[in-house]
Design a protein around this ligand. Structure first.
Ligand SMILES: C[S@@+](CC[C@H](N)C(=O)[O-])C[C@H]1O[C@@H](n2cnc3c(N)ncnc32)[C@H](O)[C@@H]1O
Length: 399
């Protein structure tokens, strides 16, 4: 995702069907707020806005992923940008499969199925075909779209793909998730006049408004005091905490009995995340390739995300006894994994193929685009190997 900030009132209006769906979801959330006594913590609002069955952004039928607003999509992710992303990622995945002696891949939040199709093909090309490729996605609605993409782009391998309704308790193989952690609900906390409040949501007319309440949980207070001290925060400040992303990482690493888990997303280590200069937090909404900061616009029709706090993710994984295999920028990871060789396989005189591929590689690697903001963190268990993709520029020590 590559946000440029927009004012919500300049956003294109949705059609009547989409608007009716959004209004139905808003009514459902207002009923939940009323049932909870007039206030919901922000993560409960975000969970409903994104995942309410049939109505939430990922639970409903909007287009979501794509390259242009004209196709009704809201944002583009690396696997959508270029098949070279999956072809390059196949290399460290093949290396981790070999190190673990397994032939199973599991993908979380598989979007349109592009990464799955690309990884299946890429692994086969590397002589590392898998026996099974399992997809776990909170969005059941995307399943048909994933199936269609995989059947079209990896027809001979499509029979190896299966969809799971929940994470298994044990898994041996390589698990992977691109831009999944940023889609998990966050809690909001606002510091004003030296005091921390939890920023929740109340109903206001047909819509919603923020409503701050004093922090009462000693655990929250202790965490906020520690980041306040570390970041030397002394003015008004708005930020997020990531309980759901940490819990998810804990579950994934507990499930992993042998192999590796790779999570790719935008974010920072804790000391950069809770920095005095990041006083407005990282909550961001995406609608038709426009980014803005109002999560109450068109609930269920726009994506809501926040950046990932990677120190918390590392802690969650390591707490389960998993090893931290590496942490680095997307650019460093893809370069180490050989993205320039993968690009080099395209004939440069074939301008129609080569130019778009080279442009996409530039976007994936450029510091000003995805190369530096996006990171790769990986955990392993029971394998005695490092990945070439972390061979230089590993930043685990910065977490
Ligand atoms: C921003 S999209 C990324 C899609 C895709 N990986 C890509 O890169 O194009 C986030 C995806 O994560 C899924 N997701 C969120 N929480 C999840 C969870 N706990 N388990 C599995 N999938 C989850 C969402 O349903 C959604 O499909």
């Amino acid at each position: 995702m590559n946000p440029k900030a927009h004012q919500p009132d300049s956003l294109p209006a949705p059609g009547p069907g989409a608007l009716a769906q959004s209004e139905a979801l808003a009514a459902q959330i207002r009923a939940q707020i009323a049932a909870a006594g007039g206030w919901l913590p922000f993560d409960r609002y975000m969970e409903q806005a994104l995942y309410a069955p049939g109505l939430g952004y990922y639970g409903g039928g909007s287009v979501k992923f794509g390259r242009r607003p004209e196709d009704g999509s809201d944002f583009v992710t690396a696997p959508e940008l270029s098949p070279l992303f999956a072809a390059t990622l196949a290399r460290p995945v093949a290396q981790a499969l070999e190190a673990s002696g397994t032939r199973h891949v599991m993908e979380f939040g598989a979007g349109t199925g592009k990464l799955a199709a690309g990884l299946l093909n890429g692994l086969q090309a590397l002589g590392a075909s898998v026996d099974s490729y399992s997809i776990v996605d909170l969005s059941g609605e995307l399943r048909e779209r994933q199936r269609a993409t995989i059947e079209a782009e990896a027809p001979e391998l499509a029979a190896r793909v299966r969809w799971l309704d929940a994470l298994p308790t044990q898994f041996e193989g390589v698990a992977i998730g691109n831009e999944v952690l940023d889609a998990m609900p966050v809690r909001l906390f606002a510091r004003a006049d030296g005091n921390w409040n939890e920023r929740g949501v109340k109903s206001e007319g047909e819509g919603f408004a923020f409503d701050d309440r004093p922090v009462t949980s000693p655990q929250d207070a202790a965490f906020l005091a520690s980041v306040e001290q570390e970041g030397q925060l002394d003015g008004d400040y708005l930020t997020e905490t990531h309980d759901a992303a940490r819990a998810f990482t804990r579950t994934v690493c507990t499930m992993l009995t042998r192999g590796a888990a790779l999570l790719i997303d935008y974010g920072f280590p804790r000391h950069e995340y809770y920095h005095a200069q990041r006083a407005g937090g990282t909550l961001m909404c995406h609608y038709r390739h426009r980014a803005h900061v109002d999560p109450f616009v068109y609930p269920g029709l726009q994506d809501i995300t926040s950046h990932v706090e990677f120190t918390g993710i590392a802690e969650a994984g390591v707490e389960t006894g998993a090893d931290l295999l590496g942490y680095t920028s997307q650019a460093r990871f893809l370069l180490n994994a050989g993205i320039t060789e993968v690009l080099g396989e395209i004939d440069p005189t074939d301008i129609a193929r080569y130019l778009p591929a080279a442009n996409a590689v530039q976007k994936l690697l450029s510091e000003a685009e995805m190369g530096e903001l996006f990171k790769v963190i990986a955990f392993s268990r029971g394998i005695d190997a490092t990945l070439d993709a972390f061979a230089s520029g590993d930043r685990s020590h910065t977490l």
